[in-house]
Structures are given as structure tokens and as C-alpha cells.
Ligand binder design. Structure first.
Ligand SMILES: Nc1ncnc2c1ncn2[C@@H]1O[C@H](COP(=O)(O)OP(=O)(O)OP(=O)(O)O)[C@@H](O)[C@H]1O
Length: 394
């Protein structure tokens, strides 16, 4: 069992009527660690934070913070700094007063003098590029400015027992989001307390989390380092959430033809799989069990290359659409009756309607068709050395 003084959740469950919002959540966040919680809308991310903050009462399970169970503590006594997804700013207080409010709670008086407090708040507002809005009321702010005012109020609580940020940068423009992602992460890492960063954006989660918890349907679908989740998604559902665009997922049936394992799509089209991926699949499952095995094959968009049709060992496809992004193009192609998306550094100037060749150039992940759980990936141990490639920079 995990043993540290950060946050430890054991078997946490919460239902609303007959809707199970959280179902047996085990999670831990070490002191000084940032855990990103990601998942689709309605997965239970906000409910998880509210149970930790004491704003929702879990049906069962335990919450340990700072080495003790906090179930009996009132929300105000838990020392939680919480950025609500809805911001929950005081409408009659200015941005400055909103940010200062947690440091002025009676009975939890800040050890800062008036000047020190003004300095602390001022620095945070400046960092979030809203220093010039300190005297404005929330009603005089844009959505992104409100989000940053609420974020400042959470971040100025330097001595919080835990910081939880529920979608802290979702309403900011891309440039600001990019800058603040790093700055907020550094600020959280500099503290001794655990931190939770909630985002529906899988790639944001990979970039800010020391570890990432993928929450789907109230359950932890995967909890691991960004690299583990990027390289080895535990299931089809996790794979769908990670990547932009996410992994291509193709329903196929494996066949052993004269000692060679092949994969056939529903429409009879044969995939040409990288031999090393097949070897790993066979090693993980045994050849016998693969006979007529229904699988879902996962290939990342950057692990497919567009090549000339006349090259050997290619799969025939037709270009459906092309989106040029400068450094790369996103090309959608038909493969039999299925579609794949390719992140091509060299799109060879292809045009919609053109027939081209495709080759899988990177590792292929195999998932069980029935359950969606991962069987094996090309990333697994290879000759004692784990293959490593960079998690994509955002
Ligand atoms: N107070 C409530 N009463 C009833 N149902 C609720 C309540 N709060 C949340 N739910 C339900 O619990 C589930 C989880 O909701 P939650 O807000 O935790 O999801 P989320 O992952 O944060 O979603 P989003 O990304 O859209 O904010 C949803 O089905 C939601 O409808």
C-alpha cells in the first residue's frame, strides 16, 4: 500500500441517485507531485476534486491527506486550495480582493503583513497577466480573465495542504495557455504539497503531470507516467483520449497463414504489420490463441508513412482529405472501408482522390476486440532495453 504524507484515496465511490459518478477510485499524489486527471466530460473529474475538498460526501472509501484521514473535517478545515471549474468568484469583490480572500479567512489569518500580502497577490496577478485588472469586478472581465482571477486565488495559498486546479487554462488563448502551463507547473512543483490538475485535454495532461490518471466512467482506466500512457495506453478508451489526432484504431481478425500472422479488416483488406510488432504479439499471447482472434489494431498517426503505390510491401489507399499545418500535414486516407489519419512530414503533394501506398513505420498496439484492453505494444521490452521515443511536445 502507498505510504506517504500526500493525498491517498482508497476505494472512493460516489453516486448521485442511480448515477455512479466515482467507482472505487484508488489514487495517490505524493508531496510535491503534480498528478493530472484527464477524461471525457462526465467522467467524474470534478466530483473527485469535490470529494477531496469536502464539498461532496463520498458514499464509501477514504481520503488521507497529510498522513491522516480527513473524512470528518469540514471543507474549510482541510487546507485545500481549489480552483473551481465554474470559478466561483465573489461578484462584489475586485480581482485583488477575490485573490486575497483565502488569506483573510478569520481564524486562518495569514502571517503576511498588509504590504506583504499586496506584494504576494500582485506578483501572482502579474504572472497571470491580469495585474492591470486588479481593481475590476468579475462582471467586468472576459471568461479567460475570470479564469485567471480564480486561478490566482488558488495559487496564492502557498501553504495549502493540497492544490487542486479544475481546468485551470481551458479558456485562455493558445499562446497564454502554452506559457502558463509551464509556469503554473513550476509553481506547484516548488511546493511540498501534492497537486491535482484536471483537464479534459489528454495532451495537456501528459505535459503537466508527473503522473497522469485517466478517469473514464467514474473508474481509473490507467494511472502512470506520461510516457507509460503515451507509449502503452491500457485500453482502446484510453488510446482514444490521447494524441491529436489520437491513435488510429482498426477492427481486424488475426490469422496464421503458413506460419505468418496476418490481420484482415472486416472488408477483407489485409494489413501489412511490422514483423517485430507481430513477434511481440506472438510472444505475449502464443500463436495458438491468435488464430481467428478478433483484435483492435492501434497505430499512431505519425507511425504511418505515405509512399508511392509501386513500392513493395505497401497497402493501397485513397486520399480523402489533406490539412496542411506547416511542419506536417494531416492526411485522411481510406484503407478498405476504414479510414486512417496520417501525420505526414512529407505528404508528397498528394491530392484528394489520389491512390497512394501506406506503410506502418512504427510500433503497432494490439487490443482485445471484446474488452478493449491492451494485449501488447511495440513499445514493450525489447532485448532488455525499452524502446524510447519522446512524448510529443505540445
Ligand atoms: N450534484 C450532482 N447531482 C447529480 N449528478 C451529478 C452532480 N454532480 C455531478 N453529477 C454527475 O456525475 C457525473 C460526473 O460529473 P463530473 O462533473 O464529476 O464530471 P467531469 O468529469 O468533471 O465532467 P466535465 O469535464 O464535463 O466537467 C456526471 O454524470 C454528472 O452528471
Amino acid at each position: 500500500m502507498t505510504d506517504h504524507n500526500g493525498l491517498i484515496l482508497n476505494e472512493l465511490s460516489k453516486t448521485f441517485g442511480d448515477n455512479q459518478a466515482l467507482n472505487g477510485i484508488d489514487l495517490d499524489v505524493a508531496p510535491g507531485e503534480v498528478v493530472a486527471v484527464t477524461g471525457p466530460s462526465g467522467a467524474g473529474k470534478s466530483t473527485l476534486c469535490k470529494c477531496i475538498a469536502g464539498l461532496e460526501r463520498p458514499d464509501s472509501g477514504s481520503v488521507f491527506l497529510g498522513g491522516r484521514e480527513i473524512a470528518g473535517d469540514l471543507p474549510g478545515g482541510r487546507g485545500v486550495a481549489f480552483l473551481f471549474e465554474s470559478y466561483a468568484l465573489y461578484p462584489h469583490k475586485t480581482v485583488f480582493e477575490n485573490a486575497a480572500s483565502p488569506l483573510r479567512v478569520p481564524g486562518r489569518s495569514s502571517s503576511l503583513s498588509g504590504a506583504e500580502l499586496a506584494d504576494r497577490i500582485g506578483r501572482e496577478l502579474d504572472k497571470l497577466a491580469i495585474g492591470h485588472l486588479a481593481d475590476r469586478l468579475p462582471s467586468e472581465l472576459s471568461g479567460g480573465q475570470k479564469q485567471r482571477a480564480a486561478l490566482a486565488r488558488a495559487l496564492v495559498q502557498d501553504n495549502a495542504a493540497i492544490t487542486m486546479l479544475d481546468e485551470p487554462i481551458s479558456h485562455l488563448d493558445a499562446k497564454l495557455r502554452h506559457r502558463l502551463r509551464g509556469e503554473i507547473k513550476r509553481e506547484l512543483m516548488a511546493r511540498d504539497a501534492p497537486a491535482i490538475w484536471v483537464t479534459p485535454d489528454g495532451l495537456e495532461a501528459l505535459s503537466v503531470g508527473d503522473r497522469v490518471a485517466v478517469l473514464i466512467g467514474g473508474k481509473i482506466a490507467q494511472f502512470g507516467t506520461p510516457r507509460e500512457i503515451w507509449e502503452n495506453p491500457a485500453s482502446v478508451e484510453v488510446a482514444r483520449l490521447i494524441g491529436d489526432p489520437p491513435m488510429n484504431l482498426l477492427s481486424a481478425r488475426l490469422q496464421d497463414r503458413d506460419g505468418t500472422v496476418t490481420a484482415e479488416l472486416d472488408d477483407g483488406m489485409h494489413l501489412i504489420l511490422p514483423p517485430d510488432s507481430v513477434e511481440r504479439l506472438v510472444a505475449a499471447s502464443g500463436k495458438q490463441s491468435l488464430q481467428d482472434g478478433a483484435v483492435t489494431i492501434g497505430v499512431k498517426p505519425r507511425d504511418i508513412r505515405i509512399i508511392r503505390l509501386e513500392d513493395v510491401g505497401v497497402m493501397t489507399s485513397e486520399v480523402v482529405s489533406l490539412e496542411p499545418f506547416g511542419k506536417h500535414s494531416l492526411v485522411t486516407l481510406s484503407l478498405g472501408k476504414s479510414f486512417v489519419r496520417v501525420k505526414a512530414r512529407d505528404d508528397m503533394g498528394v491530392r484528394p482522390g489520389e491512390r497512394v501506398g501506406l506503410r506502418f513505420t512504427g510500433p503497432v498496439t494490439f487490443f482485445k476486440a471484446k474488452t478493449g484492453s491492451r494485449i501488447v505494444t511495440g513499445w514493450e521490452e525489447q532485448g532488455g532495453e525499452t524502446e524510447r521515443r519522446a512524448v510529443p511536445a505540445l
